[in-house]
Design a protein around this ligand. Structure first.
Ligand code: NAG
Ligand code: NAG
Ligand code: CA
Length: 306
């Protein structure tokens, strides 16, 4: 009897040891998510599964010496430049074990490239693989387009699960841009150009509801929209199709054909001189994502061409 009890106790103890413990995991995150040359950049090593004190070892692949070791989970670059590109490894050591995370720090400089949408389709688009870290009170979107379409088309479609037209830059006809925030829109009339590319920026500020619009670098009279609104951060961002559902619900009759380039989004407003900079891919503010580091996925028939 006593032996059985001992046996049971042993069994319980063994079972206890084998019980699944939360595993220590690490992940590296970049802030801002799209690194911009000559701006500051932070890589943070985020650990889950260990509340205790930790130590972080930062290394770069191909470099012999460790970059940093200590309790700091942040690797800081005051002026990020191309010499910093490469693969970074963070080893987090805690009371519950060790976890390793890697991060590929890259820049795809698209300065002389554009997305070409050769024909009307129901599905072809570019999916932007970055989004704001937090809901937006301010933002600016800029891009350049070149098309001979005269029917309506969508350039920049930012949908949340709650609102498919959370942010939308839409051209209903050649002489008009429509800019939506939270499902409501304002209209900007523009000169009708033939065989000319058009650069536009649109900005919005929640505190006043003021919408800024720049056409080929010139500021248009400001308008107002959705004062006090907050733009959701959990977004599907699509170039060249209009979303009527989160990540889908496209309509070929609103699809874009032609060329698209210099796409940028910031979580701030811009001045006219900053808009002019964006026209030439010269930035003075780090964007959420931008043409100099544009994480994207092509779906269907869109080509990246010089
Ligand atoms: C990049 O930054 C490092 C400092 O982190 C500096 O020594 C180097 O000169 C910079 N390179 C360029 C090309 O700006
Ligand atoms: C939004 O912009 C306004 C005006 O420039 C500024 O006062 C405010 O702090 C900004 N809000 C955020 C969350 O950045
Ligand atoms: Ca829509």
């Amino acid at each position: 009897m006593g032996q059985l009890r001992l046996c049971l106790l042993t069994f319980v103890a063994l079972f206890d040891l084998a019980a699944p413990q939360e595993k220590l995991t690490a992940q590296i995150q970049a802030h801002p998510p799209a690194p911009t040359p000559y701006h500051q950049l932070m890589l943070s090593c985020e650990v889950t599964g260990d509340p205790g004190p930790q130590e972080f070892l930062w290394e770069k692949k191909g470099k012999h010496d460790p970059l940093q070791k200590g309790p700091d989970n942040i690797l800081f670059f005051p002026f990020f430049n191309t010499t910093h590109l490469g693969t970074y490894v963070c080893t987090a050591m805690g009371s519950l074990g060790t976890a390793v995370a890697t991060y590929n720090l890259w820049i795809q400089d698209l300065e002389r490239h554009m997305f070409v949408y050769p024909q009307e389709t129901t599905n072809s688009h570019v999916l932007v693989r970055a989004k704001p870290e937090q809901p937006l009170q301010n933002f600016t979107v800029c891009l350049r387009s070149y098309t001979d379409l005269t029917r309506p088309y969508s350039l920049f479609s930012y949908a949340t699960k709650a609102q498919d037209n959370e942010i939308l830059l839409f051209k209903p006809k050649p002489s008009e841009y429509r800019f939506y925030v939270g499902g409501k829109f304002v209209t900007f009339r523009v000169p009708q150009s033939i065989a000319e590319s058009e650069h536009v920026c649109a900005s919005w500020e929640s505190a006043t509801g003021i919408v800024g619009f720049w056409f080929n670098g010139k500021a248009w009279p400001r308008k107002g929209l959705q004062r006090g609104y907050t733009v959701g951060a959990e977004a599907a961002i699509v170039l060249g199709q209009e979303q009527d559902a989160f990540g889908g619900g496209f309509d070929a009759r609103q699809s874009f054909t032609g060329e698209l380039s210099a796409v940028y989004m910031w979580d701030t407003g811009l001045s006219t001189s900053e808009v002019m900079g964006a026209m030439y891919n010269k930035l003075s503010k780090a964007p959420i994502f931008g043409w100099r580091n544009f994480p994207y996925k092509i779906v269907g028939e869109v080509y990246l061409k010089p």
